[in-house]
Design a protein around this ligand. Structure first.
Ligand code: HEM
Length: 353
């Protein structure tokens, strides 16, 4: 069995090995295509607008696009990394790039990025924003927020990986508060029940449908063993594996992820069929008991979410349109405007203060 680590450059080979291995043992024949779709989005937030930088930085989207396409080519994991970064930013203090701020050396109060729940966020997501910001600053100094760059980059990667293209509304300012202590209560855990997920999503103004649709981002990317290992050996204290996991997937994952003492860097793909493609395979996988996290798999058994999973599994365009709308909605959480609450950071990792 190949060893998969998330930290080395040879990891892409290892990822491929696991994927091939799982492909061999799992006869999931979901047909996947990576066709591109333009989705028309209803803009919910009154504060944001698509043309926000039309005068001050008309070439903004091309500038960000030059970096995201380059990064995606060099390292496709930049896609899932940046979309997850956007999610973790928006859920803590709103979409204000507070997640990118570095902790101050010597200060006991750590910044968001150093919270335990954010330790797994890949560097590629941060790098994408920092590089895009540098290019944007060279052409439009002091004008564009890091928060807007993150929202644009996330959209770019969804599209580059085969998902929908949608217009991104802009006008977010960067937040001034970034505290690790505010992270745990705002980021969902892999073992959350549907009730817990729903409570958290509702608290952000997101619905049951948004929860199921946004979870579809787990159609690409990877998770470390520690986030699902208890499902494999001792599901909710039962000393048994989760009954809602396919037996062949269970065997394959157990080979990579021992109950105790495994390599902490080992990861497994969310979607064993197409781990780098943004498609709707996630939902078909849930129906086939091939979900990776307990929180994913729970969505296809709960009577409230099951019908949504079924509908999205059947219709890729429906998922793409719903995802574009839900990303826009998530991107409007806790938006800041003006100097009282916000700033436009030149270096996204450093406070202007
Ligand atoms: C519904 C509740 C959610 C839970 C419990 C959850 C949990 C997780 C966990 C545990 C990982 C694996 C991290 C690791 O081991 O490195 C992960 C990865 C990921 N999550 Fe979520 N997540 C949720 C919702 C979302 C949402 C709403 C999005 C985006 C819209 C998202 C996007 C991603 C992506 C793209 C990855 C892969 C990252 C990579 O490969 O670098 N997740 N998530």
């Amino acid at each position: 069995m190949p060893v998969l680590t998330s930290s080395s450059s040879s990891s892409s080979f290892a990822f491929t090995c696991l994927t091939i291995f799982l492909l061999l043992i799992l006869h999931n024949s979901t047909a996947i295509s990576s066709s591109k779709t333009a989705a028309n989005v209803t803009h919910r937030s009154r504060q944001l607008s698509v043309n926000y930088y039309a005068r001050s930085c008309p070439q903004l989207e091309q500038l960000v696009g030059s970096i995201t396409s380059q990064q995606f080519k060099a390292s496709p994991v930049s896609g899932p990394a940046t979309i997850r970064l956007f999610f973790h930013d928006c859920f803590v203090e709103g979409c204000d790039a507070s997640i990118i701020i570095n902790s101050k050396p010597g200060n006991k109060m750590l910044a968001e990025k150093d919270a335990a729940d954010n330790k797994d966020l890949r560097q590629e997501g941060f790098e994408s924003v920092m590089k895009a910001k540098a290019v944007v600053e060279s052409k439009c100094p002091g004008v564009v927020s890091c928060a807007d760059i993150l929202a644009i980059a996330a959209r770019d990667y969804v599209h580059l990986a085969g998902g929908p293209y949608y217009q991104v509304t802009k006008g977010r300012w960067d937040g001034k508060i970034s505290m690790a202590s505010r992270v745990p209560s705002n980021i969902p855990q892999a073992n959350f029940t549907v009730d817990q997920l729903l409570e958290l999503f509702n608290s952000k103004g997101l619905t049951l449908e948004d929860l199921v649709v946004l979870s579809g981002a787990h159609t690409f990317g990877f998770a470390h063993c520690r986030n699902f290992v208890s499902r494999l050996y001792d599901y909710r204290g039962s000393k048994q594996p989760d009954p809602a996991i396919d037996q062949r997937l269970l065997r394959a994952l157990r080979m990579s992820c021992p109950h105790f003492g495994g390599n902490a860097d080992v990861v497994a793909p969310f979607d064993v069929t197409t781990p780098f493609v943004f498609d709707h395979a996630y939902y078909g996988n849930l129906e086939a008991k091939l979900g990776l996290l307990a929180s994913d798999q729970a969505l296809s058994s709960d009577p409230r979410t099951k019908p949504i999973v079924q509908a999205l599994a059947q219709d890729k365009q429906k998922f793409f349109q719903a995802f574009a709308v839900a990303m826009e909605k998530m991107g409007s959480i806790g938006v800041k405007r003006g100097r009282k609450h916000g700033e436009k950071r030149k270096d996204c990792s450093l406070h202007m203060l």
